[in-house]
Design a protein around this ligand. Structure first.
Ligand code: HGY
Ligand code: MN
Ligand code: MN
Length: 416
């Protein structure tokens, strides 16, 4: 039986998934040997599809095909190559590969505009306490201070970037807004909606806003046997109240989610009252005003939980990005492209954040979701079916053809 485009995508992504640190799932962090190896593989994909490849100063691998004229605007597609620790084989990199396969299908189809597939280095923000440096550099919104942020080993981001990009030039790669028509990111849904609707693909309406806080609760170590309960300053009990507080507040707030994904206890021994807890709080909502309200309620719970136990609290917001709406005109173009494949178009919001959220500061952006088995993501069991990936490639081909037709009509009406 002929190998379908979806089968090819599945095989290529399975190969890419082997480029990982040892351990379960995929662990491919930015500016690492694994990243360099993945770049070589992806650049090969791009070149085989007829794209010229280069890396920009932010370490983004770019595959480009020229437009009809040297000054033609560019349409951007892409996603990220990096993963979380022990992640899946589709998050990010599938959104780099599928547009490459779509452009392979359009190799002999003239397009008036140039097209670039962007393979961003760091979307997850797992290695460094920042993220999205590639799209932010293109949008001209990158804070150069992030280059001084360090990973667990103390290596600065700016040093890690050497050999992948050019930290000294990262501030000069912002694209002129008029030079970019728009950005379309294809991404595994990472949620259960498309599976529940029995749909292979979906159209994203907005990307949730997100904020992260670093919390340190300092109590007092004491002997677990001799310290009376009334005289303890138990940092972990205070933290426990914060953990359930986040769950309760977000559980009772429509359109908000909250997670304490990281928690460390010291001295972390069976017979000592915990002296210190370090934790992260992450809050998300499609409505920034809701997220702000939840954040202030969570901060109040933290203050009360620590005051009551005589513990000290340090809580600092380390990251935030506002919710971003997808461009209505690109959503409509996606809807027409999906319908043309015979699939019922469905629009849904994204609880996960993406490179598109940063590119939205440069140009109109949109996202195409691909069904995710049981909504499982950021996990080795993450899975997108070949036939769904094949459908997505068909949608991307339809979108590019549609943009070309619109562009040509536009040019014709401008010249008449
Ligand atoms: O955290 C996120 O939403 C994304 O997967 N980095
Ligand atoms: Mn992702
Ligand atoms: Mn992710």
């Amino acid at each position: 039986m002929n190998e379908t485009i979806g089968d090819r995508a599945a095989a290529m992504l399975a190969k890419a998934a082997t480029i990982s640190e040892p351990g379960p799932g995929v662990t491919r962090l930015p500016f690492t040997p694994e990243h360099a190896h993945a770049n070589d593989l992806i650049a090969g994909w791009m070149q085989a599809a007829g794209l010229d490849t280069h890396r920009d100063a932010a370490g983004t691998l770019i595959g480009r095909r020229e437009g009809a004229t040297p000054d033609a605007p560019t349409f951007l597609l892409g996603s990220h190559q990096d993963s979380v620790r022990g992640g899946g084989a589709y998050d990010g990199i599938m959104g780099v590969l599928l547009p490459v396969l779509a452009l392979e299908q359009l190799h002999d189809t003239p397009l008036p505009f140039a097209v670039e597939v962007l393979c961003f280095a760091d979307e997850e923000g797992v290695r460094f306490p920042t993220a999205l440096i590639g799209p932010r550099a293109l949008a001209g919104t990158l804070d150069p201070a992030v280059l001084d942020m360090a990973d667990r080993s103390g290596l600065r981001l700016g040093e890690a970037l050497e050999g992948f990009g050019d930290p000294a030039a990262i501030g000069s790669i912002a694209r002129a807004p008029g030079s970019v028509m728009g950005y379309l990111e294809t991404h595994i849904e990472q949620g259960p909606v498309l599976e529940a609707e029995d749909l292979p693909v979906g159209i994203v309406t907005a990307i949730a806003g997100i904020e992260r806080h670093a919390v340190t609760i300092t109590g007092r170590a004491a002997h677990a046997g001799t310290a009376p309960m009334t005289l303890r300053k138990d940092a972990l009990c205070a933290a426990a109240e914060l953990v359930t507080g986040v769950e309760r507040i977000c559980g009772e707030t429509e359109n908000a989610v909250g997670t304490i994904g990281h928690l460390e206890v010291a001295p972390n021994v069976v017979n000592a009252v915990p002296a210190e807890v370090v934790a992260t709080i992450e809050l998300r909502s499609a409505e920034d005003v809701i997220r702000a309200e939840v954040a202030s309620r969570v901060a109040e719970v933290a203050r009360q939980a620590t005051d009551r136990r005589g513990c000290a609290l340090r809580m600092e917001r380390t990251y935030q990005q506002p919710a971003k709406a997808c461009a209505p005109e690109l959503q409509d173009a996606l809807e027409a492209a999906v319908a043309a494949t015979g699939v019922r178009p469905l629009r849904l919001m994204s609880g996960a954040t993406h490179d598109a959220s940063a590119i939205a500061d440069l140009c109109p952006m949109a996202m195409l979701f691909v069904r995710c088995r049981e909504g499982v993501s950021h996990h080795p069991d993450e899975y997108a079916a070949p036939e769904d990936m094949g459908c997505a490639v068909g949608v991307l081909v339809n979108v590019l053809r549609g943009l070309a037709a619109t562009d040509t009509q536009g040019a014709a009406s401008r010249s008449s």
